[in-house]
Design a protein around this ligand. Structure first.
Ligand SMILES: Nc1ncnc2c1ncn2[C@@H]1O[C@H](COP(=O)(O)OP(=O)(O)OP(=O)(O)O)[C@@H](O)[C@H]1O
Length: 572
């Protein structure tokens, strides 16, 4: 067994605990309730202490790595601040569901049996770390998290303590209850300006703090921006981080050689889509790489997808080195200017790199006008709201269209039912804007089985779309623009019995996917052309160029009521 003395982990695992982990891995539900929080403070490891052999049960109390001080735990007290001290081991936690999988770790929700506090515990298999040569990565993560946890910033996942047993290493961290940023971007398609401003502002503050401490993250991306119970960010995953000893010396001013842009696919740290040109060419190590990643994230928040995309990693690297990306129509003009100033090939020319203190030139960019960076952490984050793309001048559709107040997100069930005319009353009582003349209703839902069979036979013989919908009877179909952020694709949308909502490529006549049905599926008309289909994991942003969004909503809602026999419910 390799010697893990380098990490100075502490703790013991019992065989029954191993089975607890195995059981927890297969568990799908968390049985925990949120408890009032108590203060826990991490002390840095005593410099002289090291483990030389993996601990055995009888050595539990003899090895110390990090000391966890528990407020009110009834244990012995430290001399300097009279706080009770407890050495932690796996028995101090009840392990719950798996909340994440890393490349060499599994992250569990766990509860401290002494404090009732929830934690995220990252469990790494030692054998795997050795096999995959990840020792350096684990050490980096621990070192960076230690520094950050002692720095008092709330913008990072906090490391409370670490310990180990014969097979595993354990990182006990603060639990970011609301997961990472990526599903939020994917769910709404893209963030509106207020949301982008707030979250990128918090990320900028985190970078200021990190870089002040001479730490580079080097793998900044939406998946590594976690969200706590108040929806404030906690930057995580410091496995690629680098602690610079002398920041000025460490910055190599050499610019990548444009005549020889030969990226080597395994030579960089970080994630391909967010990696900076200088990390690719390995010529520069500087905090400016994190500013490049910030530019990519701001772009993604607004456009819905990262700026550099390609199926092949080689092509992706070439695009990065050639600054080969585009701004879709509707991209906020100030944000575009900011992103352009961050996605600069020369790391020394990126906005912010010449600032003496903080990133004042980024803070004072017009995109952040009116944002008070210093009070962000005590500000209530804006609700995550989709960006409605506008014209090339960057005007948002919300201002172009007169969207009645009651059509804003959060439309309640009664309003929706009335609006769609499903309560038997006229929708005009709740819709001040003129209602488009409805098309003739298909009435398929109200047919008896024999009539449906006949209709199905007709479609089989006459509809070229029939072969794409798995033999289901099409109730309604039409061309829509299906958006992902600011990127739109024309699709044939088909509502069928089942129910199903298929979408197909109308040019190549291929099925592209299906909007998953469930009783929670909910429609939300935004105006005559735009409507949302909310599902638990994603909001589908659809636009009917002919202006029959209300018809679509009505048909989908009728199908839902017909299928599940329930009145509309809110999709959260
Ligand atoms: N403190 C935390 N609170 C809540 N969820 C967490 C926390 N830490 C990690 N997670 C979840 O666990 C997942 C895996 O985390 P981890 O850091 O092990 O892997 P990773 O980010 O994929 O790292 P790597 O790229 O090194 O494999 C994260 O994507 C996140 O969803």
């Amino acid at each position: 067994m390799e010697n893990f003395a380098l990490y100075t982990y502490d703790g013991i695992i019992s065989s029954s605990f191993s089975s607890q982990i195995a059981a927890a891995k297969s568990s799908t539900t968390a049985a925990f309730h949120h408890q009032p929080q108590q203060q826990i403070v991490v002390m840095p490891p005593p410099p002289t202490m090291q483990t030389t052999t993996p601990p055995t049960p009888s050595s539990q109390a003899t090895q110390t790595s990090q000391v966890v001080q528990v407020n009110g735990g009834g244990q012995s007290l430290t001399a300097n601040n009279m706080m009770p001290v407890t050495k932690r081991n796996p028995k101090d936690y009840i392990f719950g569901k798996v909340i994440g999988e890393g490349s060499y770790s599994t992250v569990y929700l766990a509860k401290d049996i002494h404090t009732n506090r929830e934690h995220a515990i990252k469990v790494c298999e030692k054998q795997q770390i050795i096999r995959e040569k990840k020792r350096e990565q684990v050490r980096r993560e621990k070192d960076a998290l230690n520094i950050l946890s002692n720095s008092g910033s709330s913008l990072f996942v906090k490391l409370y303590c670490t310990f180990q047993d014969a097979e595993r290493l354990y990182f006990v961290m603060s639990y970011a209850k609301n997961g990472d940023l990526l599903p939020y971007i994917n769910k709404v398609g893209s963030f509106d300006s207020a949301c982008t401003r707030f979250y990128s502002g918090e990320i900028l503050r985190a970078l200021e703090h990190l870089h002040d401490l001479n730490i580079m993250h080097r793998d900044l991306k939406p998946e590594n921006i976690l969200l706590d119970h108040n929806m404030h960010i906690k930057v995580a995953d410091f496995g690629c981080s680098k602690i610079l000893e002398q920041p000025a010396d460490a910055v190599d001013n050499t610019i990548l050689d444009e005549n020889n842009p030969r990226p080597r696919s395994n030579s960089f740290v970080g994630t391909a889509q967010y990696v900076s040109p200088e990390l690719l060419t390995e010529k520069t190590i500087s905090p400016s790489s994190d500013l490049w990643a910030l530019g990519c994230i701001i772009y993604q928040m607004i456009a819905g997808l990262p700026p550099f995309r390609s199926r092949s990693e080689y092509m992706l690297f070439k695009k990065i080195l050639n600054l080969d990306y585009v701004y879709p129509d509707g991209f906020n003009a100030d944000a575009k200017d900011l992103v352009q100033k961050l996605l600069v090939l020369d790391p020394n020319e990126r906005l912010g790199t010449k600032d003496d203190q903080r990133y004042t030139s980024i803070r004072s960019h017009p995109f952040y006008k009116g944002l008070d960076f210093d009070t962000l952490h005590v500000t209530t984050p804006p609700p995550i709201y989709p960006y409605l793309p506008g014209n090339s001048e960057g005007q948002e559709l919300r201002s172009q269209y007169r969207v009645p107040d009651h059509l804003e997100p959060g439309l309640d069930d009664k309003q929706l039912t009335r609006l769609l005319g499903l309560d038997g009353q006229s929708s005009s009582t709740t819709t001040p804007a003129p209602v488009p003349r409805p098309r003739k209703r298909s009435g398929i839902l109200h047919m008896n089985d024999e009539e449906k069979q006949h209709q199905l036979h007709q479609q089989k013989c006459n509809s070229k779309w029939h072969s794409l919908v798995e033999g289901n009877l099409i109730v309604k179909q039409g061309l829509v623009d299906k958006r992902k952020g600011l990127f739109a694709r024309r699709r044939m949308l088909m509502l069928t019995m089942g129910p199903h909502l298929y979408y197909a490529d109308p040019v190549n006549m291929t099925l592209k996917g299906e909007i998953p049905w469930s009783p929670q599926l909910r429609v939300e008309p935004k105006n005559f052309r735009i409507f949302f289909v909310h599902t638990p994991n994603r909001t589908y942003y659809l636009e009917d160029p002919e202006g029959f969004a209300l018809e679509w909503c009505k048909a989908i809602e009728e199908m839902r009521v017909n299928t599940y026999g329930v009145s509309p419910t809110t999709c959260t």
